[in-house]
Design a protein around this ligand. Structure first.
Ligand SMILES: [Zn+2]
Length: 73
């Protein structure tokens, strides 16, 4: 891979699709998916992020399932 090649982010979006935005130069993710961030460096930091992400997804899934339940009969 060349140094100046901009790669596609490829992060998974909420829709389950792949992010097609160009990644930040020198990074593997677009600016929406952590390309600008250096990310957590410590195991504690990573665990905190993982926990926060899980919590967010749980709220999201609950919202979706509630919506689906009310949609039915
Ligand atoms: Zn992205």
């Amino acid at each position: 891979m060349g140094k100046n090649v901009r790669i596609i982010c490829g992060a998974k979006t909420r829709k389950g699709e792949t992010c097609k935005a160009l990644a930040v130069v020198g990074k593997k993710r677009c600016k929406h998916h952590g390309g600008l961030s250096t990310g957590p460096r410590t195991p504690e930091g990573k665990a905190a992020i993982a926990y926060a992400q899980r919590a967010r997804w749980q709220v999201y899934r609950e919202k979706v399932s509630r919506r689906e339940n009310s949609k039915g009969f």
